[in-house]
Design a binder for this molecule. Structure first.
Ligand SMILES: [Ca+2]
Ligand SMILES: [Ca+2]
Ligand SMILES: [Ca+2]
Length: 244
């Protein structure tokens, strides 16, 4: 005996699953040109930051439990640098590691993945940091499934972090941590479409958060679409357009 109602229900569920996968649209963000470089002091009170659009819709693709702590991020550019200013709401801030390419992912950290030229999508970089200036950076010249470049350290970074709360003491409740960073374009010169970049150039990338001890969460700007936490998903990167 057949059960057409049940069969129909199953078909609808399958169709819905595929519809969600196909509906993915990478997020887009226009990086405005900085009329004046921000002062890198870990405070986003520079007037120029008010001219930048705000990214605040981070997603939590692998959330299972706990509080989803929000993030806001702003990006600017000029001939010299890409500037990032972000505020991470965080009730328990962990920041221990300061050595270059150390165990930064164990700390509360923020990451940018950057593909300088969408025409060569296998070539991208990732830089991540905690609030105390520990930096881990890598270059993937052959795509996510191939070994990273043997050693790649971005040069000329200017970094400042501030926080409201206490570090590495989860007995209290913290508020947030903020980072302001200037990343010279020179670091990406081999793969940029233009050097210095030109208005209208398109780059791709993602912004990610993870780490920390209490309430460890993973969040990101562009949904990576993987079943488990995995940030090396250049095929799902969002689109950055450089504007005047
Ligand atoms: Ca500042
Ligand atoms: Ca935390
Ligand atoms: Ca604390």
């Amino acid at each position: 005996m057949s059960h057409p109602a049940v069969s129909g229900l199953i078909l609808i569920c399958v169709a819905t699953t595929f519809a969600v996968a196909d509906d993915f649209q990478p997020p887009e963000y226009t990086i405005r040109r900085a009329a004046k470089p921000p002062t890198i002091d870990g405070k986003l009170d520079d007037h120029v930051w008010k001219t930048a659009g705000v990214i605040q819709d981070f997603v939590f693709p692998w959330h299972t439990a706990g509080e989803k702590e929000p993030t806001t991020a702003r990006l600017l550019w000029d001939d010299e640098c890409l500037y990032i200013g972000h505020v991470c709401s965080d009730k328990h801030i962990t920041a221990v590691h300061k050595e270059r390419d150390g165990k930064i992912p164990e700390d509360d950290c923020f990451e940018i993945m950057l593909m300088p030229n969408p025409g060569t999508p296998e070539k991208y970089y990732n830089l991540e940091w905690n609030v105390i200036g520990g930096i881990l950076d890598n270059h993937r010249p052959h795509g996510p499934d191939k070994p990273r470049a043997e050693k790649w350290d971005a040069q000329g970074l200017r970094f400042a972090g501030t926080y409201i709360g206490t570090l590495n003491d989860d007995t209290d409740v913290d508020e947030s941590w903020t980072v302001e960073i200037a990343i010279p374009w020179e670091n990406f010169k081999p793969h940029l479409q233009h050097f210095p970049p030109q208005p209208g150039d398109v780059l791709k990338g993602n912004l990610n958060r993870h780490g920390g001890k209490t309430n460890l969460q993973y969040s990101q700007w562009a949904h990576g679409g993987t079943p488990k936490p995995q940030f090396h998903t250049p095929g799902r990167f969002g689109k950055f357009t450089l504007a005047e």
